[in-house]
Design a protein around this ligand. Sequence first.
Ligand code: ADP
Length: 702
Amino acid sequence: MNRSLFDFLVKNKIVIIFFLAIILPSLVIAYLSVKTFSQRRETIRQILESNLWISGNSALQSFENALLEKEKESLSNGNFVKLLKIYQGKPNLLESNKPALSKEGRYFLLDEDYYILFPRTGIDGKPEFSEEMDSSQQPLWEIYQKAENFEFAEKKIARAAELYQECYQKASSAQHKAIALEAIGRCFFAMKQLDDAREAYNRLIREYSHLENKAGHPFGIVASLQLYEISKNRNGDRESLEALLHLYENIKDGKWLIDIPAYDLFIEEIETSIEGGLRENNLPETQASYLSLKSRISPYLESLLFAEFLRTDIIPRMKENVSLTTVSQKDQPKRLLTHHRDKSYLISYKVLSHLEKGSHGGFCWDLRSLKENLIPRILKNIEKETGLLVRIIDELDRSSNRENVSEASSLSFSFRQFPLPWQLVVSQPGLGSLQKTAQREVLTYGVLFFVIMALLALGAILIARDITREKEATRQKTEFVHNVSHELKTPLTLIRLYGETLQRKKNLSDLQKDECYEIITKESERLSHLINNVLDFSRIDMGRKEFDFQRGSLAEAVRETLESYRYHLEKKGFSVHDLIDSHLPEMHFDREAISSILINLLSNAVKFSPDKKEVTVRLFRKNRTAILQVSDRGIGITPKEIKKIFTRFYRSKNKLSSEAKGSGLGLTLVKHITEAHGGRVNVESEPGEGTTFSVTLPIGGG
Ligand code: ADP
């Protein structure tokens, strides 16, 4: 194993054990719980989804049942019997199409040959029996032809009118009488016998209104238009316009069963005439009623268009379906989906076997109105019964709706019995919220896990830091013991050595004896300084250090200490400068402690000034403080170290420090004593240039 890795493992074993014992199992547990968490969620989701599928199917069933019921009601035989009765009873045509309408769509009734009985229009109805001129009518036919010859070829209108009148008298059928009467009116009009013409037309309207002329147009309409021409020729007054307006209204309401081209022709002709008449005469009331009539949707035109739609679109498909129908399905309703003029329709129809030879009765649902009216009610009922959210979407819109319809929380179903272009979308309100809850849970667990991990990591860091500090403290203490022992041993050895020399060698000169005494004294002083420091420190450490504050002159105390130390300094080759302000006011301080500060600072200056041996001691006043400064021109202290030098046992790592004697307690004591006096210590140092320690003490404090 790599050496440094080994060292790392040994050094950080507590952290590693902590990591392995707590963080790793936590990670495993978290991983397992997240895994089972998602599995559990998935299972619940699956259960809910299959539940949704079952409920969705039953919702679809309910939906189709509701539609089936509505369809059954619409296709009930009673409805069609009613329609047939109206048809057979030849009722008032204006009213006859009304029962064929309902809010959701229109009924229709076809006969066995797929002719449209309802709605009643001029389109493709069963051809009415028309009376052709048979042989018994031959003489009448001859007279009629002669009359036409006089009228059109020879232009003898009066003669023609006479012959037409003869025809009218002799004709036995209403149809023939009506044809003759129309010709009579025409001739009178041509001869300007307007009263006679009007009488003929009025009779035509009264008696033969619903019969059709040779062009297939009802006499009621044709004669009315002629009457308008007559009256217009006379004076074109309000009455004639009103009459025309009445005709217009009747046509729009379907008084006559005309087809679409005839409808368009008459409506256009009448509108042109009315608008012309209104331009020439100022008739505001007539104009107002004309405009309101014009804007009104014609129910007859609607029926006409519906019949046209049946004829061109539905009936061919119904005929096609017949061949596909089995006998058992014969009485069952059949359904078709169709689009017409941008709208979609569902056609339900069935064979009405109990009516005339199997007619067909049907109902055409307008899908838009179905969706707006009936469907919301059905959906509401289903929602109430099942507790699901149900809605309808168009199949075409499905792709665009996809994003909204989250796959997990909703399912869509196609209709089975009705060929509707829709999908029933069913969603479980709980499913979406389940997912949200699950997401929230994951988030909460995630955050919790993160917090726990962060706390554990913080714990690990704190433990590691404490361990490192503890180790460092132990190392420093060991080093301290080693240093102090060394410091004690050196002076003791010297004292003992010179003591023994004095004892044994009796013949020592006075000078030699003095030298021995001096060394013994100096080394004892050093010893006592060291022991004082250690004792002071241990007192401080145990919180038992007591100061003896007394009022006195700080300058005097500083000078005395410096003087007692000066000899020692000078002997070591130091030049000592002192700038002591003697005018400082008296202060409260512990004399011995202040002296210890100065000695410690001077001793450091000596230790760390190998080359330029110069020490300056200053004491001066600044505002309300006294500042004691000790400067040297020694090796200085790096900014990084300045932060640490006041820490107990700290000794810098440079060569000089390790060589110099010391305990690492000096500055710790200086700081403590200063603070006990209510002051502070500052250091200014330039590596290689020198260091100045400033001890600031409050005057009048302490
Ligand atoms: P010691 O002097 O016993 O090592 P101190 O607490 O008195 O302990 O000093 C701590 C450290 O501060 C010293 O080891 C030294 O590195 C640094 N130091 C103190 N005074 C000076 C000075 N005047 N010049 C340079 N370094 C100093």
